[in-house]
Design a protein around this ligand. Structure first.
Ligand code: SF4
Length: 266
């Protein structure tokens, strides 16, 4: 489906939960977060219906995000439900990989094709500080499990403060080169002030070529990450919510005062 700027919108990023087992400093506030009520979170049947409607309108690429998608119960079931929607050609997931070693094989068998894994440093102490308590050992195990299961290419999302020439970023880049992983550098973003830039090595943040919509865990279709517009699939129905999002998709991002990365899924 083309928006009014002639961009082909074929990509739906689905946040399946606002919950996460980590507390990364650039994502989760120190003071903790007000979690969504379970009744407000879309069921797997509802998500699958949204995907079916999206496919009819031109969506063929789906990414599962969070929070951390692997903390949602029976997530493998959802992957299978989405992969069985005729017309979905590309199904991927963004994960912090701390649970991936337990799920990789089952996710692959259910239809997941590839994963993006968050890793901003190779240093266990820095990782622990950055994630407020995470153990980097599980990420390395998750990466190995993803490669073994064939969830490839495995891409590494490395958040940088200012540049990909920072010490940690260079170490991650070297690690990726040595381990057949593809690195992408994501510069720090600020939703409320509208600070963002194009992902180095990826296509996020390039408004002129933007092909994406987002579905939040509580059922809002967002035409743009850096905008407050959202359309409720439970209130409007999925088709009307998609249509509104396409018609009102902005030319470029500005700022987003109402959302957070942990409940939109980046
Ligand atoms: S800021 Fe909005 S328009 Fe720009 S790339 Fe991101 S989602 Fe697309």
């Amino acid at each position: 489906m083309l928006d009014k700027f002639n961009r082909n919108i074929n990509y739906l990023r689905i946040s399946v939960t606002d919950r996460c087992n980590l507390r990364c400093k650039y994502c989760m506030p120190e003071s903790g977060i007000k979690l969504l009520d379970h009744k407000d979170i879309l069921t797997y049947d509802e998500i699958t219906e949204v995907v079916k409607t999206g496919v009819k309108l031109g969506i063929n690429k789906v990414r599962i995000t969070g929070g951390e998608p692997l903390v949602r119960k029976n997530i493998v079931e959802l992957i299978s439900m989405i992969w069985n929607v005729e017309g979905v050609k590309d199904l991927s997931m963004t994960t912090n990989a701390t649970y991936l070693a337990d799920f990789a094989e089952a996710l692959k068998n259910a239809g997941l094709q590839r994963v993006n894994i968050s890793l901003d440093t190779l240093d266990p102490e820095s990782y622990k500080l950055l994630t407020r308590g995470g153990n980097i050992k599980y990420v390395f195990e998750g990466i190995e499990a993803a490669k073994k299961a064939g969830l490839t290419p495995v891409k590494i999302n490395c958040v940088v403060w200012n540049s990909s020439q920072e010490k940690d970023a260079k170490a991650v880049a070297k690690f990726c080169k040595e381990n057949e992983l593809q690195v992408r550098f994501i510069h720090q973003m600020n939703l409320s002030t509208g600070e963002f830039s194009i992902v180095e090595g990826g296509d996020g943040g390039n408004c002129a070529k933007c092909n994406r919509l987002r579905l939040t865990a509580n059922g809002k279709i967002k035409p743009c990450l850096f905008n407050d517009l959202e359309f409720d699939v439970r209130e409007l129905g999925a088709e009307e919510a998609f249509n509104q999002a396409i018609i009102k998709k902005p030319k470029a991002g500005t700022y987003n005062k109402s959302g957070s990365f942990f409940n939109i899924g980046g």
